[in-house]
Design a protein around this ligand. Structure first.
Ligand SMILES: Nc1ncnc2c1ncn2[C@@H]1O[C@H](COP(=O)(O)OP(=O)(O)O)[C@@H](O)[C@H]1O
Ligand SMILES: [Mg+2]
Length: 177
């Protein structure tokens, strides 16, 4: 039983903060997480990522990853949607992450409270919203009986975006580019 606990704790901490996030950034971590999620949940996920390989400040990457995890977990737990659409775009002055489903929509009482004072029944979206606000951004939720969209906008400065030269990385690792 102890071994099982240790094993499960490892898996959980790995899912909470995968090493891939620090090593390769939020886009790679998102790809990895989405694949695992789709397999575990049976929800088919379409993932749109920036074409260029880039890195953002660690706090922004971690927050984006948390939003992805919480939104997809919510879709699986609450929405009854067979599918999800995830889109991450990085512009020179902001990162935008949207996660959309075609499910039942959120309960009215949650939406009312969330839009009034940013709180609600659950801790998940409230926590996410606080993290986003700490970074100077905001979290929008649109929900109706035809589905829910969670969209986070986080401001960036052009200096905070680091473009990664893929051929340089490949050379560093000793493989032909
Ligand atoms: N994608 C979704 N589709 C339908 N309902 C949702 C969705 N995401 C969240 N909800 C509803 O909003 C509530 C609050 O979500 P959240 O803050 O993540 O808390 P939790 O998941 O812990 O209940 C959920 O309890 C659920 O009723
Ligand atoms: Mg939740």
């Amino acid at each position: 039983m102890t071994d099982q606990c240790i094993g499960e704790t490892r898996t959980m901490s790995y899912l909470l903060h995968p090493p891939l996030l620090d090593e390769s950034g939020v886009a790679s971590a998102a790809e990895w997480y989405v694949n695992g999620f789709a397999q575990r949940s049976g929800v088919s996920v379409k993932l749109d990522l920036p074409k260029e390989k880039l890195r953002l400040p660690p706090a922004v990457e971690l927050t984006l990853f948390r939003i992805l995890q919480e939104s997809l977990t919510n879709i699986h737990r609450h929405s009854k949607s067979p599918s999800a659409d995830v889109c991450l775009t990085i512009e020179s002055r902001r990162a935008v992450l949207s996660v959309k489903d075609a499910g039942t929509g959120m309960p009215e009482h949650f939406l009312v409270r969330f839009h009034r004072d940013g709180t609600g029944a659950g801790v998940g979206l409230t926590g996410i919203s606080e993290r986003v606000r700490e970074l100077g951004g905001h979290l929008e939720i649109n929900s109706s009986s035809s589905g829910t969209t969670v969209m986070a906008v986080i401001p960036l400065t052009p200096e905070q975006i680091e473009y990664v030269d893929i051929s340089a990385t490949a050379k560093q690792h000793g493989s032909a580019a």
